[in-house]
Ligand binder design. Structure first.
Ligand SMILES: Cc1cc2nc3c(=O)[nH]c(=O)nc-3n(C[C@H](O)[C@H](O)[C@H](O)COP(=O)(O)OP(=O)(O)OC[C@H]3O[C@@H](n4cnc5c(N)ncnc54)[C@H](O)[C@@H]3O)c2cc1C
Ligand code: FES
Ligand code: FES
Length: 488
């Protein structure tokens, strides 16, 4: 089948076919400038404030699910075969307010109103999922929405009360589900999408093989998975990212499964998509995912992108390195699998040749003899980037350290193992004395820098204190007993 020259999606109640889409055009610009749907606001344009929140419905294995996303960093070209729902879609034929909106009015959840459409959309997504959400679920759903006026309590009260105003089962997103599924299925024709000419092109591969062929032929193309990094290259740094290949909708990269004690995560799996299995099998990783961005970022961002970007402060590489994860890279039909830690060569330099892409990461599930923990230190608990992150996987038998894998983020130019510290612990009695003696080995492993997130001294002190915390909690003296692989 030849390439299709347009993207197709549903916008609220209407089908859209667009042949004129710039490779770097954001959904927010399209909504506000081209469609004049100005209910969706622009606050920060970097995925932090949630004023631009809309819902995106997508078919996965025939099932339709809606997720909140940040329209400011979501590229329009990534929406092929999706249902985009904006705040305007909540309007009722008789002019009355939607239950979420009425609850926000009655509980005084809005003052200046700038953040309100974003909060309404996040609460709408929550209500469609859970009609009677717990306070924890409400907090989680709102992690990615900022309000400078209300102090949040009225918004949380509104969230608790939404079901008093209507029944989620009779909401149009529920009652029109079958029709939306049929419409989206009709848009999935299995064709490659190619829009534009020369460098100014956007491509959506037909499948993973097609993606491999495109990248082999055009290794300079920008791969976009969740766009939570690349979106900011456009909105904040005005970088030219064309030509662009969108891979977020490729079913072949969406698989997450466990086999023989190893969880394999496809490069297109979002944090939200990975959460359930990881939280069940490696609870400390689940707890960490809850602290990555806000809900909208977790709905878009991928673990594959978090690895591929090579950042020294990405949250998932250190724990995955501590767990002994491996990475499958693919170029054309050739694949190679390497230890994840070997992927990170230096700042901005990864072991990835032109035309190669990250296909999947494979994570061994720690067994009962292993004590796995990971802690993220940042200035704010929610929606903040790591200053220091430490991950520990030690095997302790008969009071001695049999094996140790310890990795940090924020302490070097790459995510990095603390090999000298590991050596100072291995074979020793698991005692406070051993831990205190091993602390001097940190100077051999790390020379951290000072920046806006933390000073070098703070980083070093925090890194050492995380080992102390691990000791205390593993021996039952800390706040949490690490007899299973638990962490906060
Ligand atoms: C508001 C906000 C909060 C954030 N908070 C956190 C946080 O708490 N912790 C954290 O670690 N990160 C955070 N991030 C950063 C970001 O969300 C993560 O790094 C995310 O995992 C990136 O994944 P993505 O799919 O969005 O990547 P993209 O932006 O699509 O891509 C990132 C990079 O990886 C490349 N790439 C993507 N997929 C592949 C592939 N399969 N093969 C080869 N290259 C590929 C892209 O070309 C690009 O260079 C935050 C971002 C925002 C906007
Ligand atoms: S405008 Fe702030 S998150 Fe999009
Ligand atoms: S009501 Fe003013 S920012 Fe939220």
């Amino acid at each position: 089948m030849g390439a299709r020259g347009e993207i197709r999606f549903l916008l609220n109640g209407a089908p859209v076919a667009l042949g004129n889409v710039r490779p770097d055009e954001t959904l927010l610009d399209y909504l506000r400038l081209r469609q004049r749907l100005t209910g969706t606001k622009e606050g920060c344009a970097e995925g932090d404030c949630g004023a631009c929140t809309v819902l995106v419905g997508r078919l996965r294995n025939g099932a339709l699910s809606y997720e909140s996303v940040n329209a400011c960093i979501r590229f329009l070209g990534s929406l092929d075969a999706c249902h985009v729902v904006t705040v305007e879609h909540l309007k009722r034929a008789d002019g009355s307010l939607h239950p979420v909106q009425q609850a926000m009015v009655d509980y005084h959840g809005s003052q200046c109103g700038f953040c309100t459409p974003g909060f309404v959309m996040s609460l709408y997504a929550l209500w469609m999922r859970e009609a009677q959400p717990s306070d924890r679920a409400i907090e989680k759903a709102l992690q990615g929405n900022l309000c400078r006026c209300t102090g949040y309590e009225p918004i949380v009260r509104a969230a608790r009360a939404v079901s008093d105003y209507g029944n989620a089962a009779s909401d149009p997103l529920a009652t029109e589900r079958a029709a939306v599924i049929a419409a989206l299925q009709g848009m999935k024709d299995g064709a490659r999408v190619e829009i534009g000419s020369g460098r100014e092109r956007l491509l959506i591969p037909a499948d993973v093989d097609d993606f491999a062929a495109i990248l082999e032929a055009e290794p300079e193309a920008t791969i976009v998975a969740g766009a939570t990094d690349v979106g900011l290259w456009v909105t904040k740094f005005m970088r030219d990212i064309a030509p662009v290949v969108f891979i977020g909708g490729l079913d072949g990269l969406q698989e997450i499964r466990e086999q023989d004690g190893v969880i394999s995560i496809g490069a297109g799996v979002s944090y939200t998509g990975a959460f359930e299995l990881l939280a069940k099998r490696i609870p400390a990783l689940g707890a960490l995912i809850d602290r990555i961005g806000g809900e909208q970022v977790r709905n878009m961002g991928t673990i594959g992108g978090n690895i591929a970007n090579g950042s020294p402060i990405g949250d998932t590489p250190p724990p995955l390195i501590a767990l002994g994860a491996t990475l499958t890279l693919r170029r054309g039909s050739a694949r190679r699998t390497i230890p994840l830690e070997d992927f990170f060569i230096d700042y901005g330099k990864q072991d990835r040749v032109p035309g190669e892409f990250v296909e999947a990461v494979h994570v061994p599930v720690p067994d009962a003899a292993s004590r796995f923990a990971v802690w993220k230190i940042s200035k704010r608990r929610d929606e903040d980037i790591t200053a220091v992150l430490g991950a520990f996987d030690l095997r302790i038998a008969d009071g001695r350290v049999e094996a140790a894998r310890i990795a940090y983020g924020g302490m070097a130019a790459t995510p990095k193992r603390a090999k000298s510290v590991e050596a100072a612990l291995t074979g020793k009695a698991w005692t406070q004395e051993t831990v205190e003696a091993a602390l001097s080995a940190y100077d051999d492993d790390f020379q951290p820098i000072s920046d806006m997130r933390a000073s070098a001294d703070y980083r070093m002190m925090a890194a050492k204190n995380l080992l102390r915390r691990y000791f205390l909690e593993s021996t039952g003296a800390g706040a949490v007993n690490l007899s299973r692989h638990e962490a906060a």
